[in-house]
Write a protein that binds this ligand. Structure first.
Ligand code: SF4
Length: 459
C-alpha cells in the first residue's frame, strides 16, 4: 500500500534513486544476510553498481550511500556531517563495520565496482551485493533495484508488484483507486475532496492525529531545508564550481522587497526552490517530493502560498500535501518517478503536477479542477530529459526546480480559470509520460551520456 509517507520521505541529498535508494539497499542486504545466518561469517562485501547507478554514481553519491547503508545508516536519521566523516574514515582506514555484523577489511577501489557498461534488463538502477567468507565462497548475494523516490525492490518484487504495490489500498476499509478516473469517481460519489479521501485511507494505517503530525513534520523538514539553503553560502561540492545563488538573491529580495513588484512572484518561488536544491546538491537533509532531484518545487510553492503562521495555514499545508501525495501515487503506480526510466519529466514533471494539484486544492478548486491542474502541470513537461552535467544534481537540476515551481502555479491558475471541459485527462497525460519515457534514448535518462552533460564542458 502506498502512503503519503512513501511519497514524502525525509532523507539526504543529492538523489533519492542514487543516494537514498542505495543506502536503503545496503542496510536491507545485511538484514537479509543476517536472517540467513551469513552475516557473522563475512570477511568481505562487494557492491557492483550497474547502468545509471554506475554512470552517475559518483556525482550522485551512490558509492558513499552504499557504504553508509552497509554501516547501518538510514536516510531519514542520518546527519550529513556524521555520514561524511564515517565515509571518509572507511576510505582512509580500509575498515568497514558492517551493520549488526563484524568489522571487516574494505578496499574502496576493489569492493565498490561502478559498471556503467552493464545495461540491466529489469531497471536501469541495478545493484548486485555479495558477502564472502574467509574461503572466498559467496555466503549471500542479491540483486536490488532503486526505482525512484527512494523506493527499492528485488527482481522478484519488480516482476510481481502484486497487492502490496497497489495504490492506496487500505489495510482495513477505505477506498481503493488505481487511476485518476477512479479517484475522481470515488471523490464525487462520496462527496469528498481528494485530500479527504487520501487522509481517510491513511486512517486505515494509523490514527489521524499521527498522520497530521507526520505531515507537519514533513513540512517542518521542508521549511528547515529552505531556511538552511537561504543562509548557506559557498560553492557546491563535486568539481563543477557551481556557486550557491539562493543566499544572495534572498538578501537582495529582503533589501528591496518592492523593487520588482511585477516579477516578485518569480523571484520568491525561484529563491525558495533553489535554496532546497542547493541544499540537496550539497548532500543536506531534504524531503523527497517525490524525488530529491525535484525536491524544491513543492516546498517553494508551499512556502510562498502557505507561509502565514497559525492553525488555518497548517490546515492548508495538510490539504496541499495530502492532495499532492495522492497525485504522486498515481504517477508512481501507473508510470514511474525515476529519472533513469522516464527522464526528468518523471521527476520535475511529476513534482510540478503534484504542486499544481496541491495549490489548486488550497485555492478551493473542485476535484475536477485539481485533476486538471495536475494534468496541465505534466502536459508541459512531457519529453523533459535528464542530462545532468558531470553526473551531479546541479545543472540543470537547481534552476529546473525554480522553473518547475513557477510552472506549477501557472498550471493551477489555468485550471481554476478554465471554463470549458478539458480535452486531456490526468490518466492520459500520465500514460503519455510513460510512453515518452520508454521511447526516450537512454542517453537522456540519468546517464550523463547526452544533452547538456556532453555539450557543457566541465572545468
Ligand atoms: S535533470 Fe531532472 S531527473 Fe535528472 S538528475 Fe536533474 S532533477 Fe533529476
Amino acid at each position: 500500500m502506498l502512503s503519503v509517507f512513501d511519497i514524502f520521505k525525509i532523507g539526504i541529498g543529492p538523489s533519492s534513486s542514487h543516494t537514498v535508494g542505495p543506502m536503503r539497499i545496503g542496510k536491507r542486504f545485511l538484514e537479509e544476510a543476517a536472517a540467513r545466518g551469513a552475516l557473522g561469517r563475512a570477511v568481505r562485501v562487494k557492491a557492483d553498481l550497474h547502468g545509471s547507478l554506475a554512470l552517475t554514481g559518483v556525482g550522485h553519491g551512490s558509492d558513499k550511500a552504499t557504504i553508509l547503508g552497509l554501516m547501518g545508516f538510514e536516510p531519514d536519521r542520518t546527519d550529513p556531517d556524521e555520514a561524511e566523516a564515517a565515509f571518509a574514515a572507511v576510505r582512509r582506514e580500509g575498515r568497514l563495520a558492517l551493520c549488526q555484523g563484524p568489522e571487516i577489511a574494505f578496499d574502496y577501489s576493489a569492493d565498490i565496482d561502478l559498471r556503467g557498461d552493464v545495461i540491466p534488463d529489469i531497471h536501469p538502477n541495478e545493484m548486485h551485493l555479495a558477502l564472502y567468507g574467509d574461503d572466498g565462497a559467496v555466503l549471500y548475494e542479491q540483486d536490488y533495484y532503486s526505482v525512484g523516490g527512494g523506493f527499492i525492490a528485488t527482481a522478484k518484487q519488480l516482476s510481481a508488484p502484486a497487492d502490496d504495490d497497489l495504490i492506496a489500498r487500505p489495510r482495513r476499509g477505505g477506498r481503493v483507486f488505481a487511476s485518476a478516473a477512479e479517484l475522481l469517481t470515488l471523490c464525487e460519489r462520496d462527496g469528498l475532496a481528494i485530500h479527504e479521501l487520501i487522509l481517510e485511507n491513511e486512517d486505515a494505517i494509523r490514527l489521524r492525529t499521527e498522520t497530521e503530525q507526520g505531515l507537519d513534520a514533513i513540512w517542518a523538514a521542508m521549511r528547515d531545508c529552505i531556511d538552511r539553503g537561504l543562509r548557506t553560502e559557498g560553492v557546491l561540492p563535486g568539481g563543477l564550481a557551481v556557486s550557491r545563488r539562493a543566499p544572495s538573491l534572498y538578501k537582495k529580495l529582503l533589501e528591496a522587497p518592492l523593487a520588482n513588484e511585477r516579477e516578485q512572484l518569480f523571484d520568491w518561488l525561484n529563491v525558495y526552490a533553489m535554496a532546497v536544491n542547493e541544499e540537496n546538491a550539497a548532500g543536506g537533509r531534504v524531503v523527497t517530493a517525490p524525488t530529491n532531484g525535484a525536491a524544491g518545487i513543492i516546498p517553494a510553492v508551499l512556502k510562498h502560498y502557505c507561509a502565514a503562521e497559525g492553525a488555518a495555514n497548517l490546515r492548508h499545508i495538510r490539504i496541499f500535501l495530502a492532495t499532492a501525495a495522492g497525485i504522486g501515487m498515481l504517477y508512481k503506480q501507473r508510470a514511474s518517478i525515476s529519472g533513469a526510466e522516464m527522464g526528468c519529466q518523471g521527476e520535475v514533471g511529476v513534482a510540478c503536477s503534484m504542486a499544481a494539484g496541491g495549490l489548486a486544492a488550497v485555492w478551493g478548486g473542485a476535484v475536477r479542477q485539481v485533476e486538471r491542474a495536475a494534468e496541465i502541470g505534466m502536459e508541459h513537461n512531457l519529453g523533459l530529459t535528464c542530462d545532468p552535467v558531470g553526473g551531479l544534481v546541479q545543472i540543470p537540476c537547481i534552476e529546473r526546480n525554480a522553473i518547475g515551481a513557477v510552472k506549477a502555479v501557472n498550471a493551477a491558475r489555468l485550471a481554476l480559470r478554465a471554463s470549458e471541459s478539458h480535452k486531456v485527462s490526468l490518466d492520459q497525460v500520465i500514460e503519455t509520460m510513460r510512453q515518452t519515457g520508454l521511447d526516450m534514448s537512454r542517453k537522456y535518462k540519468e546517464t550523463s551520456e547526452g544533452g547538456l552533460a556532453v555539450n557543457v564542458v566541465e572545468c
